[in-house]
Each structure stands twice: as structure tokens, then as C-alpha cells.
Write a protein that binds this ligand. Structure first.
Ligand SMILES: Cc1cc2nc3c(=O)[nH]c(=O)nc-3n(C[C@H](O)[C@H](O)[C@H](O)COP(=O)(O)OP(=O)(O)OC[C@H]3O[C@@H](n4cnc5c(N)ncnc54)[C@H](O)[C@@H]3O)c2cc1C
Length: 335
């Protein structure tokens, strides 16, 4: 059985980043069930929240996150997130992720539930793609071993200790076993379990199932986020319209053209995602429709083509010009 200090399952941002840290301490194997870039990470659009702007602070990020969580957040986990975010962004920059800048400064966008502009992005609305490409190049040029098309099927446990992993080589059709000191599950979320989702085909909750079968305690499974604005076009796979569109001034209208969010909550379109998603569902029921509209026609066309170029191009390919037409959207499972 091949032995590694670290075996990491998954090659999204979590798997690749931890692999680049772990290789400083020992041998590393990444197992991933598709190609290295088959993951949700490459689809991430709007960007990453980190309290790096002038006048921002981890404390303010903490307060915003706790408020958005409606009293349900694990305060200790939120503290780690807000305290370590800036350092992680510095690491990503050091690894070569080309975050967008203006006059030498990182540009920040405001998104829902954040009290200040705090979202760092790359390529406008192609943040995840830039991160995935950069980190996978770094991994490829390091001594980290990567086995693609390799599906982890069982965590090997001996005397209540994790010993390794069993995996199917999907191309050869053979089962292999790998042993390790540390096994790291970086298998992402479960979005593909839902009918309407923006997730990659590989995101099917395997890590949670593998851990459960190996005896791990699983918690918080009832928490699942639905993104409020996913493109709803007949015959077109659900495509996320990033929160940053509302952050830049996009507004929501029902099928009758009425702007409804101020009726539900003072923050209107910039309320936390769960509130906006629920309000959209109420509004869809009220108007007997399967969609509402995101309106950016009042924004400067240049802002649309530079800040959300990827979305603009996608919509154009499907016959819509965001600068002149409303975007049909509905909630869907995002992560
Ligand atoms: C359309 C879209 C837009 C998004 N926009 C944003 C955004 O703007 N900002 C933000 O912060 N987040 C955003 N997200 C969420 C973000 O992309 C994810 O939270 C993040 O990328 C998850 O990274 P990960 O490494 O944990 O998982 P993933 O990137 O999903 O990677 C999981 C990896 O595990 C592998 N894997 C799974 N099961 C197995 C198995 N059994 N054996 C072997 N390998 C396995 C997969 O092949 C994959 O390589 C977005 C997500 C989507 C889908």
C-alpha cells in the first residue's frame, strides 16, 4: 500500500491550498474524482469577503456575519474566519492569484449583509476560475502527487484511527488502497442533491457520507443556503447571477415590474441571502410565476461589461442584453 504523510481528497480551493501548505511538512497525495479543475471553486463568481479595506476590521466583519446568521452562527468559527481572512488573501496573492486592482490597490465590492465594501474579486466575476487555475498550476509544479479520476469510496479505520483511504481508479476500473498519517476531506458541498443547482456534477456530498460511514459525528445538516438569484431560462442550466450585481445597484422586480424587496425588509436587495431568497419565493407565489427579475438597466453599461463580464457574455449567448433587458431569476442551491 502506498504511504503518504498527507492524503487530501478533493482539488477545489480547500484541497489545493491545504496541499500547498502540507507539502512543506511531508509527502502529499491529492485524490480527485474528476479532472483537477472539476469542482465548484472554478464557478465562484463575485469574490471572497475579507476585512482588508480602509476603515474595516475583523470586529466589524464578525458583527456583520453574526447578524446575518440570525443568532445561529458558531461564534468561535466566525472568529477564526474573520481573524484569518486577511492572511489567507495575502497567501493567495503570494501564490499568484490576480485579484482585481485599481491604481495599485485591491478593489472591493459591497455585497449583501456586509456593512462596508469587503469583497475581493478577480477577472470581474471570474474569481473562482482564477483561483483554481493559479493553485492547480502551483500544485502541478510542486512535488505534490495528484491522481485524477480517482473516486474515494471508503475511509480505512483501524482501532478507531484513520489509516488511509480506498479509492476507485475510474479509468482503469480498479480499487486501490492508500495509507497516510493525516487524511483531509476537502470534498466540498452537496448542491447536486437538489433539482435546481448551480453546482458542478462532482459536488454530491461524498465527504460527509464517507466520514459518517467511518464513524464521525455529523452535525448541522439542516443548514443549507439557497442563492436568491440564479438565471431561470427554459432549456438553460441554472447559472448563478452573483450577489455583486445587487451590490453594484441591481434591483429585484416581480413579473409585474414592481420592486418588492423594500416591502419585506429595510435593507431591500442588500439583506442577507436567506431573507432575499424567501422574499423572492413569496413574491413568485403571489404572482403565480416561477421567476422574478433582476434589473440592471439603470446602471452604466460600462459597469455591467467590466464588473460582470462573464455574466454579461453568458446572457448575450442566450439572446439577452443585460444593459437593456431584465434578467429572469429564481433561488437555487448554490454550494
Ligand atoms: C456558481 C457558483 C458561484 C459561487 N460564487 C461564490 C462567491 O462569489 N464567493 C464565495 O465565497 N463562494 C462562491 N461559491 C462557493 C464556492 O465556490 C465554494 O464554497 C468553494 O469553492 C468550495 O471549495 P471546496 O474546495 O470546499 O469544494 P469544491 O471546489 O467543490 O471541490 C470539491 C472537490 O472534491 C472532489 N471530490 C468530491 N467527492 C470526491 C470523492 N468521493 N473522491 C474524490 N474526490 C472527490 C471534487 O471532485 C472536487 O475536486 C460559488 C459556488 C458556485 C457553484
Amino acid at each position: 500500500m502506498n504511504y503518504y504523510d498527507y492524503i487530501i481528497i478533493g482539488s477545489g480551493i480547500a484541497g489545493l491550498y491545504i496541499a500547498l501548505l502540507a507539502i512543506e511538512r511531508g509527502s502529499v497525495l491529492i485524490l480527485t474524482k474528476g479532472s483537477i479543475d472539476d469542482c465548484n471553486t472554478k464557478y465562484a463568481q463575485g469574490g471572497i469577503a475579507a476585512p482588508i479595506g480602509k476603515g474595516d476590521s475583523p470586529e466589524s466583519h464578525f458583527e456583520d456575519t453574526m447578524a446575518a446568521g440570525g443568532g445561529l452562527c458558531d461564534a468561535e468559527a466566525v472568529r477564526i474566519l474573520v481573524n484569518e481572512a486577511a492572511e489567507c488573501i495575502t497567501d493567495l496573492i503570494g501564490l499568484g492569484v490576480p485579484f482585481d486592482t485599481l491604481n495599485g490597490e485591491i478593489t472591493l465590492t459591497r455585497e449583501a449583509a456586509h456593512s462596508v465594501p469587503r469583497v475581493i474579486h478577480a477577472g470581474g466575476d471570474a474569481t473562482g476560475e482564477h483561483i483554481e487555475v493559479t493553485l492547480s498550476q502551483q500544485v502541478r509544479s510542486s512535488p505534490i502527487e495528484v491522481l485524477e479520476h480517482c473516486l474515494a469510496t471508503e475511509i480505512l479505520v483501524e482501532n478507531d484511527k484513520v489509516k488511509g483511504v480506498k479509492a476507485l481508479d475510474c479509468r482503469a476500473g480498479s480499487m486501490e488502497e492508500y495509507s497516510c498519517r493525516f487524511l483531509i476531506l476537502a470534498t466540498g458541498g452537496v448542491g447536486r442533491l437538489f433539482k435546481y443547482t448551480t453546482n458542478s456534477d462532482v459536488v454530491t456530498g461524498d465527504g460527509i457520507a464517507l466520514a459518517f460511514e467511518a464513524g464521525a459525528e455529523i452535525c448541522d445538516m439542516e443548514f443549507f443556503q439557497f442563492h436568491p438569484t440564479v438565471l431561470r431560462l427554459p432549456g438553460v442550466a441554472p447559472f448563478l447571477i452573483t450577489e455583486a450585481v445587487r451590490g453594484e445597484g441591481g434591483i429585484l422586480r416581480n413579473v409585474e415590474g414592481y420592486r418588492f424587496m423594500p416591502d419585506y425588509v429595510a435593507e431591500a436587495e442588500l439583506a442577507p441571502r436567506d431573507i432575499v431568497a424567501r422574499s423572492i419565493v413569496y413574491e413568485m407565489k403571489k404572482t403565480h410565476s416561477d421567476r422574478v427579475f433582476l434589473d440592471v438597466t439603470h446602471l452604466p453599461p460600462r459597469l455591467i461589461t467590466t464588473r460582470i463580464p462573464h455574466i454579461y457574455r453568458f446572457c448575450r449567448q442566450h439572446g439577452m442584453d443585460n444593459a437593456e433587458e431584465l434578467i429572469p431569476v429564481a433561488p437555487a442551491a448554490p454550494y
